[in-house]
Design a protein around this ligand. Structure first.
Ligand code: GLC
Length: 561
């Protein structure tokens, strides 16, 4: 029997949680598996792949939104929080998914999108009827400015002002995303009460928790133009915790683009009773341009990336918890961004997985990452479906950029890179659908697909299986203290994890060529090689030559060092 509290090298004793040794798998339902031939993935399709997910070893599925929605932002615009979008299935299908997943030891996380609703939500339809409608105050309305324009300079993440005039009532409403995603007014206690009731309704159906969309925005103070980390953010989360999941053993993860390590502790420190963890994006944005963001990336900088990872590992070493990820439905494919999908596809995809999966935190795998799915190469804007990409295309072209230049950038950064259909096999439409897919497939499904990789013991897929399994077997991966080495080395990432007598050394080469280096004396050791993307065996000598994108992890028990 393992004790429920564990003394680690880090100062605090960690209370064990079931999700500490778990790996989460994110499904973007629209693009995962289509069971009825309409070209759109659905819940029965997901159910048909549960055995596949079980064999990968994951414990939790995060489902991107499956609720009723006009799909302006592919479901992140909800018009009925208790309904399932007909293209995805029915509530009965959802209940079946929860129970079939549970039989396989897998819990379901729902995506809670409560910063905003769809403009087709009945609350908004009521609210826009008149200024004195009882639902008016569910949303954020302001009079035009003194010159008759938008109330202030807040902008939408999808481009343009965050305000749209509602001509019938003569006021503007706020939308930090598309104009079809009006922001809810969290200052209204009735809104909060409705949301908590809805959350409990889903918790009672047996879900394992929530991923919380743009949760750092709910405390906004519009007139002060404060959007992230508003003054009431944490009191709302504490109230939500108290009113809903606080008494249940579930996992909650908040999406917080603004999170610093200090803020992450406010969200996830044990005694604050808010969330289990947040997604922070500092490693993602580390090479974004200060002005143009992801649309203009800076050259890759491993020293900077290592510093960001190290900072987060240490900041949450004694309290709080990290999420670990390279990708999601909003980000380009990791192997295209940080690896070399053309020349070292298998090696670099495995290397990237090794580096994040052996850190301290809960790893998240985005669908298709486990087979090294890559960015897509579209040549015309019509091939893109994502509202953000299409809006940005319009705005950039209006500002004078050529459409070709924009598309070249979008092929690197657009959210659609992550949204092409899951590649199950080399068959027509990669086995995703028998119909016509809602977005084009990546043509490389002929070679990059699940069927081939499951059968090949040296595949990326089998490497993911191994990593996910190792976390369940070795406590040093779950709780070991993190320390980085050779911080200034431009090509190689080395860190150790230490727990009692166990020490794990993780070594990774981020370059498409051989790198020779001298290993610090403290790290020269013999041990067991837990995982390697070449054929490394159990020793780290003084001088070591790493092959292109080589990564491995060596475990030693102190008495054998
Ligand atoms: C989050 C989602 C993204 C969505 C946005 C608005 O960032 O991950 O896909 O567009 O919120 O809901």
């Amino acid at each position: 029997m393992t004790p429920s509290r564990l003394k680690t090298q880090d100062a605090r004793t960690f209370e064990r949680k079931w999700w500490h040794a778990a790996t989460v798998y994110q499904i973007y339902p629209r693009s995962f598996c289509d069971s009825d031939g309409d070209g759109i993935g659905d819940i029965p399709g997901i159910i048909s792949k549960l055995d596949y997910l079980q064999s990968l070893g994951i414990s939790i599925i995060w489902l991107s939104p499956i609720f009723t929605s006009p799909m302006d932002d592919n479901g992140y615009d909800i018009s009925d929080y208790r309904g399932i979008a007909p293209e995805f299935g029915s509530l009965a299908d959802f209940d079946r998914l929860v129970s079939e997943a549970r039989k396989r030891g897998i819990g379901i996380l729902l995506d809670l999108v409560v910063n905003h609703t769809s403009d087709e939500h009945p609350w908004f339809e009521q609210a826009r009827r008149s200024r004195d409608n009882p639902y008016r105050d569910y949303y954020i309305w302001r009079d035009p400015s003194s010159t008759g324009g938008v109330p202030n300079s807040l902008t939408s993440s999808f481009g343009g002002p965050a305000w749209t005039l509602d001509p019938a009532t003569g006021q503007y409403y706020l939308h930090l995303f598309s104009r079809r995603q009006p922001d809810l007014n969290w200052e209204n206690p009735k809104v909060r009460a409705e949301i908590y009731e809805m959350m409990n309704w889903w918790l009672d159906r047996g879900i394992a928790g929530f991923r919380m969309d743009v949760i750092d925005l709910i405390g906004k103070q519009v007139d002060a133009e404060i959007t992230t980390d508003g003054p009431h953010l944490h009191s709302y989360l504490q109230e939500m915790n108290r009113e809903t999941f606080g008494s249940r053993d579930v996992l909650t993860v908040g999406e917080a683009w603004s999170a610093t390590p200090a803020a992450a502790l406010l969200y996830s420190a044990h005694d604050r009773r808010e969330l289990s963890m947040v997604f922070q994006f500092e490693h993602v944005t580390q090479d974004w341009d200060e002005t143009y963001g992801k649309w203009k990336a800076k050259p890759f900088d491993l020293v900077g990336l290592k510093a960001v990872f190290g900072k987060w590992q240490l900041a949450l070493a004694n309290d709080g918890w990290n999420s670990l990820f390279w990708g999601n439905h909003d980000l380009p494919r990791a192997v295209s961004r940080y690896g070399d999908a053309a020349r070292y596809h298998v090696e670099s995809a495995k290397m990237l997985a090794t580096v994040v999966h052996l850190m301290k935190g809960t790893p998240f795998v985005y669908q298709g990452e486990e087979i090294g799915m890559t960015n897509v190469s579209f040549s015309s804007v019509e091939q893109y479906k994502d509202i953000e990409t299409l809006n940005m295309h319009r705005l950039h072209v209006e500002a004078g950029m050529s459409s070709e230049d924009f598309i070249r950038g979008a092929n690197e950064s657009s959210r659609d890179n992550a949204r092409t259909p899951m590649q199950w096999s080399a068959a027509t439409n990669a086995g995703f659908t028998t119909g016509s897919p809602w977005i084009e497939l990546n043509p490389n499904h002929a070679t990059v697909n699940v069927a081939t990789q499951v059968a090949d013991e040296r595949s990326i897929w089998n490497h993911y299986c191994k990593l996910i399994g190792l976390r369940k077997q070795h406590e040093v991966i779950v709780y070991g203290h993190y320390q980085s080495w050779l911080d200034q080395h431009p090509d190689v990432f080395i860190y150790t994890r230490t727990l009692q007598q166990d020490r794990l050394v993780v070594v990774a080469n981020f370059r498409p060529e051989e790198v020779t280096l001298t290993i610090p004396e403290e790290l020269r050791q013999r041990g067991t090689c837990l995982i390697s993307n070449y054929n490394r065996v159990g020793a780290i000598e003084e001088n070591i030559t790493l092959r292109p994108y080589e990564a491995f992890a060596l475990l030693t028990h102190q008495t054998s060092r």
